[in-house]
Design a protein around this ligand. Structure first.
Ligand SMILES: NC(=O)NCCC(=O)O
Ligand SMILES: [Zn+2]
Ligand SMILES: [Zn+2]
Length: 516
């Protein structure tokens, strides 16, 4: 085929031989953007794979051609943090694996990683339950797994998840006392196990005991409305837990991923650790990843004070959306590299579900939407404002996630051999967000009324056009489960640092023996 001279890409995927039935696409004349490079080029796709990226590709009549002149052609977004069809706080999130993913595709996200919650403490039962929920998927997805208790069985099952099921990350909740919360002893066990498996430990960092105390304080003061949610769990509790998790990960010498970084307090702990490193065996900086989410980047806590309960309750999530100032500081941290990628924590509930907490903010299901809005809001807030480059946009919305979870360059890149998950964004077009027109099943939207520049005009998932002319063509069952291998780049050199640490202990061991 004439496309083969563009190089064979990575691995042995090489060029795909044309067949009449194969789906073939040519994206012509756009600015193709990867995390470290951009150029004007054409992108040719066959059978769901990018075959060639180079100028002036010629094709036959059987190929669908999209003109991307004046537009950006970028890897589809990868959302590292979602909760579809999750049972939580006495209900289930309103978006399942079809509606949530359809919303994602309409907003330019072509893959997400969802959190499996174990069933009655069983990781494998949880995994099977989520595989079942995900059968209706219309885009690719992967799984993280939550660890909510500790025993020999959990430890053994973690191994199975990593070695046989394609999971390479585990989340530990330091909050939600009496439900998902774990203590420091379990966190330590979990960190050690993650390290031995080459799996990434993730933390929801808030001091759950102190949150419980803060909630009692608010109720005693007679504060029962949504504003009580934020008042009961101030930034200091997020900063404390973030620092604790970072130090424990340093003690074990394993990488750490802090999910939904919402405050300056937490962000500064991450920045400090990345700069100064752990005690003495990783002097070049601790391997800590900080994930802000769109709500934390573009909203402030004023919505929680809306006298209309439903309007206020829709902003309840944990850690809470913070006071004005935290948003800008998190944006700055993203642009300087102190935070590395953007998620959504898409965990949508409708007004009826939020109303469970009408008399008591502790009963409002925690979570906000974002899976459809992330790519637009990050573009408008970060690129359109001049805070980051277009290449950085690709890095924080797609490539860095693919690298951290070991899927790069299959995902997160426009390269020959990569999956054809692609968006075409028109920087001169604009978007507007409303619950009336969004694709989530929720009847509210925390970004209601927001307008901005830069619109995802086309989304291509697995080589198929699924979003074009504001029309969605999502097909249930077309999404694939993406297995993620352990030992991502974050683990490079950890063994050497361990060896150095052990050798530094030889002298104290000798002294101790001599003294006894
Ligand atoms: N964040 C939130 O409020 N809901 C989802 C569960 C979690 O990520 O903590
Ligand atoms: Zn969380
Ligand atoms: Zn979450």
């Amino acid at each position: 085929s004439e496309f083969c001279d563009a190089g064979t890409g990575f691995g042995d995927s090489g060029c795909v031989v044309s067949s009449k039935s194969a789906s073939k696409l040519l994206i012509k004349g756009g600015t193709v953007v990867n995390a470290h490079h951009q150029e004007i080029a054409d992108v040719y796709v066959e059978d769901g794979i990018i075959v060639a990226v180079k100028p002036n590709i010629k094709v036959g009549d059987d190929v669908t051609v999209l003109d991307a002149t004046g537009k950006f052609v970028m890897p589809g977004g990868i959302d590292p943090h979602t909760h579809l069809a999750m049972e939580f706080m006495g209900t289930e999130t309103i978006d399942d694996f079809f509606s949530g993913q359809a919303a994602a595709l309409a907003g330019g996200t072509t893959m997400h990683i969802d959190f499996v919650i174990p069933v009655k403490g069983s990781l494998s039962k949880g995994f099977e339950a989520y595989k079942e929920k995900a059968k209706k998927s219309c885009m690719d997805y992967g799984f993280h797994m939550a660890i909510t208790k500790w025993d020999e069985n959990v430890s053994r099952e973690m191994e199975i998840m990593v070695k046989e099921k394609g999971i390479n990350s585990f989340k530990f909740f330091m909050a939600y006392k009496g439900a998902l919360m774990i203590n420091d002893e379990l966190l330590l066990e979990g960190l050690k196990k993650c390290k031995s498996l080459g799996a990434l430990a993730m933390v929801h960092a808030e001091n759950g005991d102190a949150v419980f105390e803060g909630q009692k304080r608010m109720i005693e003061l007679g504060i029962t409305g949504p504003e009580g949610h934020a008042l009961s769990r101030p930034p200091v509790l997020e900063g404390e837990a973030t620092a604790r998790a970072i130090r424990l990960a340093s003690f074990v010498n394993t990488p750490l991923y802090v999910v939904h970084v919402m405050s300056i307090d937490a962000m500064e702990e991450i920045a400090k650790a990345r700069k100064s490193g752990s005690i003495f065996w990783a002097p070049l900086g601790q391997r800590v990843i900080g994930e802000p989410v769109v709500s934390g980047l573009v909203l402030d806590d004023s919505g929680l004070w809306d006298p209309d309960f439903i309007n206020a309750a829709k902003y309840v999530m944990s850690p809470p959306i913070r006071a004005l100032g935290h948003d800008k500081a998190l944006q700055a941290a993203l642009s300087t590299g102190n935070l590395q990628l953007v998620g959504t924590d898409h965990c949508a509930f409708n007004s009826t579900q939020k109303a469970f907490g009408i008399d008591d903010f502790r009963k409002i299901p925690n979570g906000v939407n974002g899976i459809e809005e992330r790519m637009h809001l990050v573009w408008d807030t970060m690129v359109e404002s001049g805070q980051i480059s277009v290449t950085d946009y690709v890095r924080i919305t797609s490539t860095e996630c693919a690298r951290i979870f070991n899927m790069y360059p299959r995902k997160g890149a426009i390269l020959a051999g990569s999956d054809a998950d692609i968006i075409i964004l028109n920087p001169n077009s604009s978007f507007q967000i409303t619950a009336r027109s969004h694709h989530s099943r929720s009847d509210t939207n925390v970004y209601e009324g927001r307008k901005g520049k830069g619109k995802v005009e086309v989304t291509i998932a697995g080589g198929k056009i699924v979003w074009e002319n504001d029309e969605l063509k999502a097909v249930p069952g077309s999404g694939k489960y993406i297995e993620m291998q352990p030992f991502s780049y974050l683990f490079n050199g950890i063994d050497k640092a361990d060896a150095k640490y052990l050798s530094s202990l030889q002298a104290p061991v000798q002294r101790s023996k001599a003294a006894s």
